[in-house]
Design a protein around this ligand. Structure first.
Ligand SMILES: [Zn+2]
Length: 552
């Protein structure tokens, strides 16, 4: 067989322990044909072979982004982005410039706001001072809170409040009207819907399918959002991804892109199980798993949220938040109920991924996985926990013992990349920081690691993420330790580790003949770049399924 593409003169890190390094790789169709020294691979070229000289740069398996939100991330690319914007004056200016640029938008949505953007908790009155005559809103960077102005609350029909399930809240003021602070997905779903993004918000908000099923024109709008997300991911070297919200509609959108040749990454999409659901709704997860099972689109797992986030104190803790007696958040699934659900999902042969941020949520989730194993026996389930921002030391060895993947985002640690130290570290409490945002400690205790950005929660840029991981400093807090892992472990967690955590290690994450032709070439040699300069490297070339999806 003649390769259609040869990448040579590269420093190839294969993630294959038997043959860890090579200098050239030959791709034929959607698969890897051969790896070896340039003197062995280059002569394989035929008249139609494209040969690319990588000039000594690092070549890796295409990145596996283990936790992201592809479709609404794609839609958000056109929103106002607040990274680097601080204080009322700068925020006002940003909104007014954006308003002028977009006179026809029903709502001006900003992304990336943080909880200390103003020097006091944000209300609709603050936003009204910036723009009063048009609906505006700010999504918190963690995507668990929205702040809206009066016009937006009115337009979305929630100025007078909204009945929401436990854990989701339209915060009400003494005047009987909404304050503008909307906690969790179902509280701000009407704002998202008013902005025309209801359909693509369902995967995270309720897990339901759009009803009625979208017409072709509506589907085309949503397909554009997915395509924008995929292009953004390809530009950053990502060739596989685990979407962390979903429904059948998400998969159908991606399948229609696939048919047009526009699917540039392999995507795994979950069924989202919500607290109000009956166990029989898991039939929908089975259906998604059966209907989508090729090299590019798969399901096979169920996503759940056990709690919220630290900054809004909706994360479920084992102890009260410092300075807030009686407040420790709540589990969205009480322990016995979660045990029953986890056991049933596991019995169906599906994988489980639970968002658990507080140490109480993490423990409840581990207990459920343990209950499933007790009931169903040990199987290759690879259940995973997403985030693990705080963990009780007693629970650390349980991850490895039960084979639970720590799907963590080193870039989410306050101070590591784009998230400020405050208000998070004081909300967690300085004396608990030694057990917060752990990475090395979890790995040393035997937990498999998968790294991710949780885009659009943080920058999708994997190389920036690697740099941030390598440069993270221990917290100035009692007992806090260095939580970095080595460069080799970091690259593994962004490739083979993520592939294993997604049950895709037979196809992606490792460069070996017969594996998927998914490759990323960097602009330099990452192993010989000082940690603090890694973030200045970039992606030179992305290849997914043998096809170039990005070239600088
Ligand atoms: Zn997420």
């Amino acid at each position: 067989m003649t390769p259609h593409l040869i990448l040579t003169n590269a420093r190839i890190l294969t993630m294959d322990a038997a043959h860890p390094r090579a200098g050239a790789i030959a791709l034929a169709g959607e698969r890897i044909l051969a790896l070896g020294a340039p003197s062995v691979i280059e002569p394989m070229a035929g008249p139609g072979t494209d040969v690319i000289d990588c000039k000594g740069a690092t070549l890796l398996p295409g990145f596996v982004e283990s936790h992201l939100h592809l479709i609404f991330g794609g839609a958000e690319l056109s929103h106002l982005h607040l990274t680097g914007i601080e204080g009322e004056e700068a925020l006002t200016r940003a909104f007014r410039v954006f308003a002028e640029k977009h006179p026809d938008r029903p709502l001006l949505m900003a992304q990336g706001g943080h909880y200390a953007l103003l020097d006091h908790p944000m209300s609709r009155h603050d936003l009204d001072r910036m723009i009063a005559d048009r609906p505006i809103a700010i999504m918190a960077h963690d995507h668990h809170t929205v702040w809206a102005n009066t016009a937006a609350l009115k337009a979305a029909g929630i100025l007078g409040g909204l009945k929401t399930p436990p854990g989701h809240e339209v915060v009400m003021g003494a005047d009987g009207l909404a304050t503008g602070e909307l906690l969790e997905f179902e509280a701000f779903a009407p704002i998202v819907a008013y902005n025309g993004e209801a359909r693509i918000g369902l995967g995270i908000a309720t897990g339901a399918e759009p009803s009625p099923w979208p017409a072709d024109a509506e589907m085309a709008i949503d397909r554009r959002a997915a395509a924008a997300g995929l292009a953004h991911a390809a530009r950053h070297g990502i060739t596989s991804m685990v979407n962390m919200d979903g429904n059948l509609y998400s998969l159908e959108l991606l399948r229609s892109l696939q048919k047009e040749g526009g699917l540039t990454a392999r995507v795994k999409v979950p069924f989202h199980f919500k607290p109000h659901m009956d166990l029989s709704e898991l039939d929908r997860a089975d259906h998604m798993t059966r209907a989508f099972n090729d090299d590019w689109l798969t399901s096979g797992f169920v996503k759940m949220f056990m709690d919220g986030v630290v900054d809004s104190r909706t994360a479920y803790m084992l102890n009260d938040y410092p300075g807030h007696p009686g407040q420790r958040g709540e589990p969205l699934f009480p322990g016995p109920r979660f045990n029953e659900i986890a056991t049933e999902i596991d019995r169906r042969g599906l994988q489980i991924a639970v968002h658990a941020i507080g140490d109480g949520a993490v423990r409840t989730t581990i207990d459920g996985y343990e209950a499933a194993q007790r009931a169903n026996g040990h199987r290759d389930s690879r259940h995973r926990i997403e985030h693990i921002e705080l963990i009780d030391p007693a629970d650390i060895p349980r991850l490895g013992a039960l084979g639970i993947t720590a799907s963590v985002q080193p870039v989410h640690a306050p101070g590591a990349m784009d998230f400020a130290l405050e208000p998070t570290i004081h909300t967690v409490g300085l004396d608990r920081l030694k057990d917060a945002y752990l990475c090395r400690t979890l790995a040393e205790a035997g937990a498999p690691l998968a790294f991710a950005s949780d885009w659009p929660v943080t920058d999708i840029n994997v190389i920036r993420g690697i740099g941030a991981q390598m440069c993270r400093r221990p917290y100035a807090a009692p007992g806090a330790t260095d939580q970095r892992v080595s460069l080799a472990e970091t690259l593994y967690a962004y490739t083979a580790g993520g592939a294993w955590a997604a049950h895709r290690e037979g196809l992606v994450g490792t460069l070996r003949p017969g594996m998927a032709a998914d490759v990323v070439v960097l602009t330099g040699d990452i192993e010989n770049t000082p940690a603090e300069e890694i973030a200045s490297l970039d992606v030179a070339l992305t290849v997914a399924g043998g096809r170039i999806t990005w070239r600088a």
